[in-house]
Write a protein that binds this ligand. Structure first.
Ligand code: ADP
Ligand code: MG
Length: 696
């Protein structure tokens, strides 16, 4: 009992949330802050002063000494700049101060964050601006204030700003539709629950792998004798140290108001997943960043390392992030809940049609939103959805839409009971559709699950794209519907048209099959295999227009993000390639030399005793030849890197890395991995896949 009440107390104990605000803020202040949060109204400096003061007192009581504006630059991770509350007064003593101005505005130097040419280094000024819709929280004796980050000229330099703008756009357009249907709603929100995959490995192993330390993934490693073929890890019993880690992590997350709920083993050995209960989009994005941060920190305490990279181990499943997305009204009504009879739920079908049309017309943007050098290892590699975007609806909804399209009536399915044929196991009603785990964008009962996201990426990008493209379709629908007398009839016409023109995006089969790739091509769907193929679509005119029309990004901001994407891409591969060269030259080749030298020595000694050493000579020659091949491959990679350096044009550069440099890296790895299987374990310079993935 006491533990339960402790947990209740623990939850959100480090968050300056609704409850704390209500308790501590003067009534008027609370009211105007609440209005700002729920309706987006302006908040004046006087009110901010009061809030800052109350926030500071709350933080000091909990032991805080510092505060920081917390922001999300285009690096994809978060940034912070700590200031103490201390303010000296004339007599040599100090007081603790925190003003409204400090709460609402910060001025970090912006010159060292990616800006994609938006800002020359001499224009260093950048601003962080308080986002009152995401709660401030306490971590490591510091008050964290969620903020948006922009340049002196007002251009967004972060991941939060476009997300907030997209929520606004979605709100505006969805409310137009809801009004037509007579749904009472003041505001609508995108809701998100993101399932986070990760690997846990021992710190001891990690420390010995320069590739993991520098790049987050292993750049070498032969296939272990055992992989994931027995499928014995998925949902398997949790190991004691993993269990302790998960429980510890849950507690830390709960303190921060993050409702971590589900934890289980994933398909690959040493791979796990954490899912929180969903929340509104901006909070979900902030909380996912915090979750990733906490996952790493808590692991350290347990002498483990949490790997969030999309593909830490070749040949073993990588990690993604399932982005569950829906739309909800301020009273919590889920607009993607079909209800018992979807065929009669016109409002739901209209929203569904908007999403189908959005995904079809903006496949390219969704694809770009999940593109990165790291995620290129997963998408289309038979462990994650393919790079082709399609929508899974399940048979029931597909039938409903088809019957509208063909104007035939729809006969709804009877509820089916699940029977186990064991008398004492209770019966329950089956879901109307089975699950499909292969679709990149699947309807899962009352939400869509976008499954292309990489495990390490900020979920902001995919969600601001989703919000915006759906806002655009709702706008088009509202333009037609407003002024019509019979909204249901007019909606059905729109739905019919939409299905007719967009049904090529609907696919309920196996997305991993080769047939689907062929079929998708026939349907004219895009198949953008990697980042360099996908990124150019970001700056297509239709996409720039979309962002401008909904006030999400200006043309300048789109172009800057395009540049940041390409730059991020080649820089990641460059670091990986340099690390490959470094490890090969300084660790692997020396290890091979030393092994070769020892066996050669012993062979020569035995030869002196007239023992037959022909077999040994074969082994030595083979190893020698492999070593030569490795050295040649390293030289080739070195050369490719030198060439890459001279390429000025950023698109050309990214292409060169995606083809030539990646190929040269693979060539080095292939020989090195072959050598790993030939050289005695005691000589090998770092832990192998078996040791890392199957710790004793
Ligand atoms: P699974 O995908 O394994 O079936 P769940 O059904 O438990 O997992 O849900 C996965 C995630 O979807 C959770 O984070 C959950 O909170 C989230 N989710 C559920 N309903 C919604 C919703 N209406 N909007 C956004 N996310 C949701
Ligand atoms: Mg899921």
């Amino acid at each position: 009992m006491s533990q339960i009440s402790n947990l209740k107390e623990l939850f959100s104990s480090m968050v300056f949330n609704e409850r704390v605000m209500k308790e501590r803020l003067p009534k008027e202040t609370y009211k105007s802050l609440k209005k700002t949060i729920s309706e987006g109204s302006f908040l004046d400096l006087e009110t901010a002063n009061v809030i800052a003061n109350v926030m500071k007192d709350w933080a000091l009581e909990k032991g805080a000494t510092h505060f920081t504006h917390w922001f999300q630059p285009m690096t994809g991770i978060t940034a912070e700049k700590h200031d103490s509350f201390i303010s000296p007064v004339g007599d040599g003593s100090v007081i603790m101060e925190f003003s409204g101005k400090e709460l609402i505005k910060g001025e970090p130097d912006a010159s060292s964050f990616p800006s994609g040419g938006l800002r020359a280094t001499f224009e260093a000024r950048g601003y962080t601006a308080w986002d009152p819709t995401s709660y401030a929280f306490l971590k490591e004796n510091t008050l964290f204030i969620p903020t948006a980050f922009c340049s002196y000229g007002g251009e967004a330099l972060d991941k939060k700003t476009p997300l907030l703008r997209s929520m606004e756009a979605l709100n505006n357009q969805a409310l137009r539709i809801l009004k037509l249907f007579g749904t009472p709603a003041k505001r609508i929100y995108a809701t998100i629950g993101s399932e986070q995959e990760y690997f846990l490995i021992s710190e001891e192993h990690y420390k010995q792998r320069k590739d993991l330390i520098l790049t987050g993934r292993t750049l070498f490693g032969a296939k272990p004798p055992k992989g994931q073929e027995l499928e014995d890890h998925y949902f398997g019993t949790l190991k004691q140290n993993v269990l302790e880690y998960m429980h510890d992590l849950d507690r830390e997350l709960w303190k921060l108001g993050i409702s971590a709920k589900t934890e289980h083993n994933e398909v690959a050995p040493s791979q796990h997943e954490l899912a929180p209960v969903f929340s509104t989009a901006n909070i979900a994005v902030d909380q996912n960043q915090l979750t990733m941060d906490m996952m790493r920190k808590v692991a350290k305490k347990h002498k483990l390392v949490c790997l969030l990279h999309e593909k830490p181990f070749a040949g073993i499943n990588g990690s993604g992030k399932h982005n569950n997305w829906s739309i909800s009204t301020d009273s919590g009504e889920n607009l993607l809940d079909p209800g018992k009879n979807p065929e009669n739920n016109t409002r739901f079908l209209l929203f569904l049609a908007a999403i189908i049309k959005a995904v079809n017309e903006y496949q390219d943007l969704l694809r770009v939103s999940a593109a990165s050098a790291a995620n290129d290892h997963r998408l289309g590699a038979n462990e994650a959805p393919p790079a082709i975007i399609s929508v899974y609806l399940g048979s029931e909804l597909t039938n409903v839409l088809e019957s509208i399209e063909s104007s035939n009536g729809y006969a709804s399915k009877e509820e089916e009971k699940m029977k186990s044929n064991v008398s004492y196991i209770p019966e329950f009603i089956k879901d109307t559709t089975d699950r499909n785990r292969t679709s990149p964008f699947a309807f899962t009962g009352n939400k869509f699950e976008f499954r292309m996201l990489g495990s390490s990426q900020s979920i902001s990008g995919p969600n601001f794209v989703l919000n915006t493209i759906v806002a655009e379709e709702l706008r088009q629908f509202a333009d037609v519907l407003e002024g019509k007398d019979d909204i249901v009839k007019a909606s059905l016409e729109i739905i019919k048209d939409t299905v007719k023109n967009n049904k090529q995006i609907i696919f309920n089969g196996n997305n991993y099959s080769d047939e689907w790739t062929k079929e998708a091509k026939k349907r004219g769907l895009l198949n953008l295999k990697n980042t360099v193929e996908a990124v150019p679509y970001f700056i297509k005119k239709k996409n720039i227009d979309l962002f401008i029309n909904h006030g999400i990004l200006t043309e300048k901001e789109v172009l800057s993000r395009h540049e940041i994407l390409l730059e991020g891409y080649w820089k990641v591969i460059n670091i990986e390639a340099l690390t490959v060269v470094d490890i090969a030259k300084k660790a692997i080749i020396p290890a091979v030399y030393s092994y070769l030298s020892d066996i050669t020595e012993s062979t020569l000694r035995r030869q002196k005793l007239s023992i037959d050493v022909s077999n040994d000579i074969t082994v030595i020659s083979k190893l020698s030849a492999l070593k030569d091949t490795l050295q040649a491959a390293v030289a080739k990679l070195d050369k490719a890197l030198a060439k890459a350096k001279d390429i000025e044009n950023i698109e050309e550069k990214a292409h060169f890395y995606s083809a030539t440099v990646i190929d040269a890296m693979s060539a080095v790895r292939n020989v090195a991995d072959e050598l790993e299987t030939q050289v005695a374990t005691s000589y090998w310079p770092f832990p192998t896949y078996s040791e890392i993935l199957f710790p004793v």
